[in-house]
Design a binder for this molecule. Structure first.
Ligand SMILES: *Cc1c(COP(=O)(O)O)cnc(C)c1O
Length: 242
Protein backbone atom coordinates (compact mmCIF):
# COMPACT_ATOMS: atom_id res chain seq x y z
CA UNK A 1 0.00 0.00 0.00
CA UNK A 2 1.48 3.35 -1.05
CA UNK A 3 2.09 6.18 1.35
CA UNK A 4 -0.80 8.59 1.86
CA UNK A 5 -0.84 11.55 -0.52
CA UNK A 6 1.00 14.40 1.29
CA UNK A 7 -1.47 17.07 0.14
CA UNK A 8 -4.39 15.06 1.50
CA UNK A 9 -2.52 14.45 4.75
CA UNK A 10 -1.93 18.20 5.16
CA UNK A 11 -5.59 18.97 4.48
CA UNK A 12 -6.94 16.37 6.90
CA UNK A 13 -4.35 17.40 9.51
CA UNK A 14 -5.63 20.98 9.33
CA UNK A 15 -9.22 19.74 9.66
CA UNK A 16 -8.27 17.56 12.61
CA UNK A 17 -6.53 20.48 14.32
CA UNK A 18 -9.61 22.65 13.81
CA UNK A 19 -11.89 19.91 15.17
CA UNK A 20 -9.69 19.40 18.23
CA UNK A 21 -9.78 23.15 18.86
CA UNK A 22 -13.59 23.06 18.71
CA UNK A 23 -13.72 20.10 21.10
CA UNK A 24 -11.30 21.80 23.51
CA UNK A 25 -13.34 25.00 23.46
CA UNK A 26 -16.60 23.11 23.98
CA UNK A 27 -15.07 21.16 26.87
CA UNK A 28 -13.72 24.34 28.48
CA UNK A 29 -17.18 25.89 28.27
CA UNK A 30 -18.79 22.79 29.79
CA UNK A 31 -16.06 22.42 32.42
CA UNK A 32 -15.15 18.99 31.07
CA UNK A 33 -11.83 17.26 30.42
CA UNK A 34 -11.26 16.77 26.65
CA UNK A 35 -9.81 13.35 27.51
CA UNK A 36 -13.40 12.24 28.28
CA UNK A 37 -14.47 12.89 24.70
CA UNK A 38 -13.46 10.41 21.99
CA UNK A 39 -13.47 11.18 18.32
CA UNK A 40 -14.88 8.65 15.87
CA UNK A 41 -13.95 9.61 12.31
CA UNK A 42 -16.89 8.74 10.05
CA UNK A 43 -15.35 7.80 6.72
CA UNK A 44 -18.48 6.96 4.71
CA UNK A 45 -18.22 7.84 0.99
CA UNK A 46 -14.45 8.40 1.42
CA UNK A 47 -11.93 5.83 0.20
CA UNK A 48 -9.83 3.45 2.27
CA UNK A 49 -6.86 5.69 1.48
CA UNK A 50 -8.47 8.34 3.71
CA UNK A 51 -8.68 5.80 6.51
CA UNK A 52 -4.91 5.46 6.14
CA UNK A 53 -4.50 9.24 6.18
CA UNK A 54 -6.49 9.45 9.42
CA UNK A 55 -4.52 6.60 10.97
CA UNK A 56 -1.25 8.29 10.01
CA UNK A 57 -2.46 11.31 12.00
CA UNK A 58 -3.14 9.28 15.10
CA UNK A 59 -6.86 8.61 14.68
CA UNK A 60 -7.67 5.21 16.19
CA UNK A 61 -11.46 5.04 15.81
CA UNK A 62 -13.34 5.06 12.53
CA UNK A 63 -17.03 4.74 11.75
CA UNK A 64 -19.20 3.72 8.82
CA UNK A 65 -22.96 3.61 8.33
CA UNK A 66 -23.42 1.00 5.58
CA UNK A 67 -22.16 -2.55 5.72
CA UNK A 68 -21.63 -2.75 1.94
CA UNK A 69 -19.10 0.04 2.23
CA UNK A 70 -17.69 -0.72 5.66
CA UNK A 71 -16.84 -4.40 5.18
CA UNK A 72 -14.42 -3.95 2.26
CA UNK A 73 -12.89 -0.82 3.80
CA UNK A 74 -12.26 -2.57 7.10
CA UNK A 75 -10.70 -5.49 5.20
CA UNK A 76 -8.45 -3.19 3.14
CA UNK A 77 -7.15 -1.49 6.26
CA UNK A 78 -7.03 -4.48 8.60
CA UNK A 79 -3.28 -3.99 9.03
CA UNK A 80 -3.92 -0.68 10.85
CA UNK A 81 -5.53 -2.27 13.90
CA UNK A 82 -8.24 0.39 14.13
CA UNK A 83 -11.36 0.27 16.25
CA UNK A 84 -14.37 0.07 13.89
CA UNK A 85 -17.68 1.65 14.82
CA UNK A 86 -20.87 0.82 12.96
CA UNK A 87 -23.16 3.87 13.25
CA UNK A 88 -25.96 3.37 10.71
CA UNK A 89 -29.31 1.65 10.48
CA UNK A 90 -28.62 -2.05 10.50
CA UNK A 91 -30.72 -4.80 8.96
CA UNK A 92 -30.73 -8.04 10.91
CA UNK A 93 -29.46 -9.97 7.88
CA UNK A 94 -26.28 -7.86 7.96
CA UNK A 95 -25.49 -8.83 11.55
CA UNK A 96 -23.15 -11.64 10.53
CA UNK A 97 -21.04 -9.37 8.34
CA UNK A 98 -20.92 -6.49 10.83
CA UNK A 99 -20.04 -8.82 13.71
CA UNK A 100 -17.01 -9.87 11.67
CA UNK A 101 -15.23 -6.50 11.73
CA UNK A 102 -17.01 -4.03 14.01
CA UNK A 103 -15.92 -3.44 17.59
CA UNK A 104 -18.74 -1.09 18.55
CA UNK A 105 -22.27 -0.98 17.11
CA UNK A 106 -23.89 2.37 17.91
CA UNK A 107 -27.25 1.67 16.32
CA UNK A 108 -28.85 -1.20 18.23
CA UNK A 109 -32.52 -0.29 18.31
CA UNK A 110 -34.42 -3.55 18.69
CA UNK A 111 -34.17 -6.84 20.55
CA UNK A 112 -34.12 -8.89 17.35
CA UNK A 113 -31.00 -7.07 16.19
CA UNK A 114 -29.35 -7.51 19.59
CA UNK A 115 -30.02 -11.24 19.39
CA UNK A 116 -28.66 -11.52 15.85
CA UNK A 117 -25.52 -9.61 16.80
CA UNK A 118 -25.09 -11.65 19.96
CA UNK A 119 -25.38 -14.94 18.10
CA UNK A 120 -23.18 -13.90 15.18
CA UNK A 121 -20.47 -12.43 17.38
CA UNK A 122 -20.42 -15.57 19.52
CA UNK A 123 -20.19 -17.79 16.42
CA UNK A 124 -17.26 -15.71 15.13
CA UNK A 125 -15.50 -15.71 18.48
CA UNK A 126 -15.80 -11.95 18.62
CA UNK A 127 -17.03 -9.44 21.13
CA UNK A 128 -19.15 -6.35 20.41
CA UNK A 129 -19.87 -3.28 22.45
CA UNK A 130 -23.45 -2.23 21.74
CA UNK A 131 -25.01 1.19 22.20
CA UNK A 132 -28.76 1.70 22.35
CA UNK A 133 -29.83 4.09 19.64
CA UNK A 134 -32.48 6.39 21.08
CA UNK A 135 -35.00 8.16 18.88
CA UNK A 136 -35.05 11.87 19.75
CA UNK A 137 -37.53 12.91 17.05
CA UNK A 138 -40.92 13.98 18.24
CA UNK A 139 -43.73 11.80 16.84
CA UNK A 140 -44.91 14.51 14.48
CA UNK A 141 -41.44 14.92 12.98
CA UNK A 142 -40.97 11.19 12.55
CA UNK A 143 -44.03 11.24 10.31
CA UNK A 144 -42.64 14.02 8.15
CA UNK A 145 -39.03 13.02 7.66
CA UNK A 146 -39.37 9.29 8.13
CA UNK A 147 -37.99 7.21 10.95
CA UNK A 148 -34.31 7.80 11.63
CA UNK A 149 -34.00 4.76 13.81
CA UNK A 150 -33.80 4.40 17.52
CA UNK A 151 -35.97 3.11 20.32
CA UNK A 152 -38.54 5.22 22.02
CA UNK A 153 -36.79 6.61 25.14
CA UNK A 154 -39.33 4.73 27.29
CA UNK A 155 -38.17 1.40 25.86
CA UNK A 156 -34.44 1.94 26.36
CA UNK A 157 -34.17 -0.02 29.61
CA UNK A 158 -35.96 -3.04 28.15
CA UNK A 159 -33.55 -3.06 25.23
CA UNK A 160 -30.61 -2.65 27.62
CA UNK A 161 -31.68 -5.90 29.28
CA UNK A 162 -31.98 -7.65 25.90
CA UNK A 163 -28.41 -6.61 25.03
CA UNK A 164 -26.96 -7.39 28.43
CA UNK A 165 -28.21 -10.99 28.36
CA UNK A 166 -25.83 -11.92 25.51
CA UNK A 167 -22.43 -13.23 26.47
CA UNK A 168 -20.74 -11.83 23.35
CA UNK A 169 -22.23 -8.34 23.79
CA UNK A 170 -21.36 -5.60 26.24
CA UNK A 171 -23.84 -2.83 26.84
CA UNK A 172 -21.78 0.32 26.30
CA UNK A 173 -24.32 3.12 26.63
CA UNK A 174 -26.56 5.14 24.33
CA UNK A 175 -26.43 6.91 20.99
CA UNK A 176 -28.59 9.39 19.12
CA UNK A 177 -28.76 11.64 16.11
CA UNK A 178 -30.26 15.05 16.81
CA UNK A 179 -33.49 15.78 14.95
CA UNK A 180 -32.96 17.78 11.77
CA UNK A 181 -35.39 20.42 12.98
CA UNK A 182 -35.42 21.95 16.39
CA UNK A 183 -33.03 22.51 19.21
CA UNK A 184 -30.05 20.15 19.45
CA UNK A 185 -29.53 21.22 23.07
CA UNK A 186 -33.02 20.08 24.06
CA UNK A 187 -32.59 16.82 22.17
CA UNK A 188 -29.21 16.01 23.71
CA UNK A 189 -30.58 16.88 27.16
CA UNK A 190 -33.28 14.24 26.59
CA UNK A 191 -30.60 11.74 25.57
CA UNK A 192 -28.65 12.56 28.72
CA UNK A 193 -31.67 11.70 30.85
CA UNK A 194 -32.01 8.33 29.10
CA UNK A 195 -28.27 7.73 29.50
CA UNK A 196 -28.52 8.41 33.23
CA UNK A 197 -31.36 5.92 33.63
CA UNK A 198 -29.47 3.23 31.73
CA UNK A 199 -26.31 3.85 33.72
CA UNK A 200 -28.17 3.70 37.04
CA UNK A 201 -29.05 0.10 36.17
CA UNK A 202 -25.83 -0.78 34.28
CA UNK A 203 -22.94 1.23 35.74
CA UNK A 204 -20.53 0.17 32.98
CA UNK A 205 -22.77 1.59 30.26
CA UNK A 206 -21.27 5.06 30.38
CA UNK A 207 -20.92 5.98 26.71
CA UNK A 208 -23.01 8.75 25.18
CA UNK A 209 -22.50 8.78 21.43
CA UNK A 210 -23.81 12.16 20.34
CA UNK A 211 -22.65 15.02 18.22
CA UNK A 212 -21.74 15.30 14.54
CA UNK A 213 -19.89 17.98 12.60
CA UNK A 214 -22.70 20.51 12.93
CA UNK A 215 -23.66 20.04 16.56
CA UNK A 216 -20.66 18.77 18.48
CA UNK A 217 -20.67 21.76 20.86
CA UNK A 218 -24.25 21.05 21.98
CA UNK A 219 -23.40 17.37 22.41
CA UNK A 220 -20.34 18.09 24.54
CA UNK A 221 -22.44 20.42 26.69
CA UNK A 222 -24.77 17.48 27.40
CA UNK A 223 -22.21 14.87 28.27
CA UNK A 224 -21.23 13.30 24.95
CA UNK A 225 -18.35 10.85 25.27
CA UNK A 226 -18.16 9.90 21.58
CA UNK A 227 -18.38 12.45 18.76
CA UNK A 228 -19.07 10.98 15.31
CA UNK A 229 -17.44 13.35 12.85
CA UNK A 230 -17.37 13.07 9.08
CA UNK A 231 -17.48 16.28 7.06
CA UNK A 232 -15.52 18.34 9.60
CA UNK A 233 -12.58 15.96 9.11
CA UNK A 234 -12.81 14.86 5.49
CA UNK A 235 -14.87 17.55 3.75
CA UNK A 236 -18.33 17.66 2.23
CA UNK A 237 -19.51 14.33 0.94
CA UNK A 238 -20.56 13.88 -2.66
CA UNK A 239 -24.29 13.15 -2.79
CA UNK A 240 -25.00 9.42 -2.73
CA UNK A 241 -26.48 8.29 -6.03
CA UNK A 242 -29.01 5.47 -6.13
C1 LIG B 1 -22.61 10.45 8.55
C2 LIG B 1 -22.87 10.24 10.00
C3 LIG B 1 -22.18 10.99 10.96
C4 LIG B 1 -21.18 12.07 10.61
O1 LIG B 1 -21.88 13.22 10.16
P1 LIG B 1 -21.11 14.57 9.78
O2 LIG B 1 -22.20 15.57 9.76
O3 LIG B 1 -20.49 14.33 8.46
O4 LIG B 1 -20.12 14.83 10.83
C5 LIG B 1 -22.47 10.74 12.29
N1 LIG B 1 -23.37 9.80 12.66
C6 LIG B 1 -24.04 9.07 11.77
C7 LIG B 1 -25.01 8.06 12.26
C8 LIG B 1 -23.82 9.26 10.41
O5 LIG B 1 -24.50 8.54 9.52
Amino acid sequence: MSHPDPARVAQVRANLDAVRARIDAACAKADRDPAEVSLVAVTKTYPASDVRVLASLGVTDVGENRDQEAAPKAAETADLDLTWHFVGQLQTNKARSVAGYADVVHSVDRARLARALGERAAAAGRHLTCLIQVNLDSDSQAGVIGPRGGVDPRDALDLAERIDEHEALTLGGVMAVAPREGDAHAAFARLRAVADRVRDRYPGAAAISAGMSGDLEAAVAHGSTHLRLGTALLGDRAPIVG
